[in-house]
Design a protein around this ligand. Structure first.
Ligand code: ATP
Length: 516
């Protein structure tokens, strides 16, 4: 890929996603709806494959995790019990000059990150200056400038967070004022008051206005799992530890919805709640931390693109939390959350429902509220991670450039394209036969239009791992060429061998085995 700035590279990903039928803006015909997107003919296949990869690894390959598909609408008290009605807020602030709205916490986090980056720059310079004798840990803890930057970054963030936690919005705003944080658009520090804004969408159910009651579109899928804990534990005769997994839409009225499908108002989550005996939660937290990282790494996007970000500041109900961060085109950001949530959710549902939500442990002969370790991944963010990392422009030996989407083979939208070399001499008929055979087991496509080189490029651009070309030789000996997307190498094999060869490298089984 030619060297592009991160902004240019990201723009290219967005343009590619649209041009090749992966992602369209919702209601584009009417001018678009902000932060809502539709997945097109290729996008839906890739998205389904990513979901299947997650689902099979959770529900099929694990022997103690079962699935669920709970409704988007839930009893409104669920959201009181979960804390979403009272506390699912983002602090927002407007700049009076640019009229732009910001999440105050994001402004402060970005500011603090900039200061941290200054410290990192000092470290890099020192590393270059001192070479092999450089003691980085010592430098970080003793160099006055580095120490000062890091302390300032931490202090600013913790002062802001303390203020928010105490509900002191004036003090939280004062942090922005004192640090002279400015609006990136107007450059001014002319800020409004800071307000808390609830992220849940509400709607009414019932046909008569007076009787209608307020419902919320779920802001996470997890609560559907908690309220079904007893149903599943009892009917499935589940013994602790066990998990419940589900995928589905979630809705959040995000204040600042930017960055394409990274932050949407309607998105999809893939969540798994693992119910464990109290006291064993840390062991399971560590277990899922490494299991989830292994799962991500199996996609082959590169280990250097992932890191854990352990939370210092924990929600009051959590006793450990980390984010799996991914190196998106706009930097490292949260891809998945892994949280040890204690017995908070089940206890709250017990309190608000008045029903006993506990587990009878036949080994210890006692009833208790299980603890929960959850893994929560955004399907759209995963999609963006895979798409953005896969898009490549390669300069070939003859100087031409090919755009190739180096998607993991197992999740590519189309697995194989069948291409008759020319559109005569019986080659199209033969291609049709091969296509009819392969389509039962593979997502296959038949493409006869344009010169063969152009058709290869078209398949490269949507990430199709294999092209099967039917030529005159095929009519003689039933052999075809099989072209590999990444190496562009072609091998000759018989038609009857095709299915096995394809299966070996595009089957989800291969990926699942790598992920465990
Ligand atoms: P962020 O801090 O980025 O807003 P979060 O911590 O609120 O995310 P969680 O509530 O932990 O996110 O949700 C779990 C996962 O759901 C996230 O890791 C992310 O992948 C996904 N997710 C959350 N909000 C959105 C959104 N608005 N658009 C797309 N995906 C989202």
């Amino acid at each position: 890929m030619p060297i592009l700035s991160p902004e240019e590279a990201f723009k290219r990903v967005i343009a590619h996603a649209k041009e090749y039928g992966f992602i369209f803006q919702s209601s584009e015909l009417y001018g678009g709806l902000s932060a809502v997107y539709d997945y097109g003919q290729n996008g839906v296949l890739l998205k389904n494959n990513l979901r299947t990869y997650w689902w099979k690894s959770m529900v099929q390959v694990q022997d103690n995790v079962v699935g669920l598909d709970s409704a988007i609408f839930m009893h409104p008290t669920v959201w009181r019990a979960s804390g979403h009605i009272d506390a699912f807020n983002d602090p927002l602030i407007d700049n009076k000059d640019s009229k732009k709205r910001y999440r105050a916490d994001v402004l402060v986090e970005e500011y603090s990150e900039k200061i941290r980056q200054k410290a990192e720059k000092e470290v890099v310079k020192a590393r270059e200056r001192f070479g092999a004798s450089f003691d980085e840990a010592l430098y970080r803890s003793t160099n006055p400038r580095v120490v000062e930057y890091l302390a300032k970054a931490d202090e600013t963030l913790s002062r802001f967070n303390r203020a928010l936690e105490a509900g002191d919005l004036a003090e939280a705003r004062q942090v922005i004022v004192d640090e002279k944080i400015t609006c990136p658009v107007s450059g001014s520090a002319n800020w409004t008051e800071l307000r808390q804004f609830n992220l849940m969408f509400s709607t009414k159910v019932g046909s008569v206005a007076e009787d209608a009651s307020e419902l919320y579109l779920r802001p996470e899928t997890a609560q559907g799992i908690f309220v079904n804990f007893l149903n599943i534990q009892k009917t499935g005769r589940m013994k602790l530890p066990f998990g419940i997994a589900q995928t589905g839409k979630a809705f959040r009225n995000e204040i600042v919805a930017r960055q394409f499908i990274f932050r949407m108002r309607e998105f999809e989550q893939m969540e798994m709640q693992y119910f464990v005996r109290p006291g064993s939660e840390m062991q399971w937290y560590e277990h899922w931390k490494s299991a989830r990282m292994r799962w991500h790494l199996a996609l082959g996007l590169g280990a250097e693109r992932y890191r854990f970000h352990d939370h210092d500041k924990l929600a009051h109900y959590a006793n450990a939390a980390t984010d799996v961060e991914f190196d998106f085109p706009f930097g490292f950001k949260e891809l998945e959350g892994i949280h040890s949530r204690t017995d908070f959710d089940l206890s709250r549902h017990e309190e608000f429902s008045g029903r006993k939500v506990q587990y009878f442990d036949p080994e210890t002969n006692e009833s208790y509220t299980p603890y929960v370790v959850e893994t929560s991944l955004g399907l759209d963010r995963l999609f963006l991670a895979v798409l953005a990392t896969s898009l490549d422009e390669e300069t070939l030996e003859d100087g031409t450039v090919r755009t190739v989407l180096r998607l993991p083979y197992e999740v590519a939208p189309t697995q194989v394209a069948i291409l008759p070399l020319i559109k005569k001499d019986g080659l199209p008929e033969c291609a049709q036969q091969v296509y009819q055979e392969l389509r039962w087991d593979f997502q296959a496509t038949l493409d006869e239009k344009d010169a063969i080189g152009k058709r290869y490029r078209r398949q490269d651009a949507v990430g199709t791992p294999y092209c099967v070309t039917i030529d005159h030789q095929t009519l003689v000996d039933k052999t075809v060429t099989l072209r590999d997307r990444d190496s562009m190498k072609q091998v000759r094999c018989t038609i009857s061998e095709l299915a096995n060869r394809l299966h070996a490298s595009v089957s989800m089984t291969t990926l699942l085995k790598k992920s465990i």
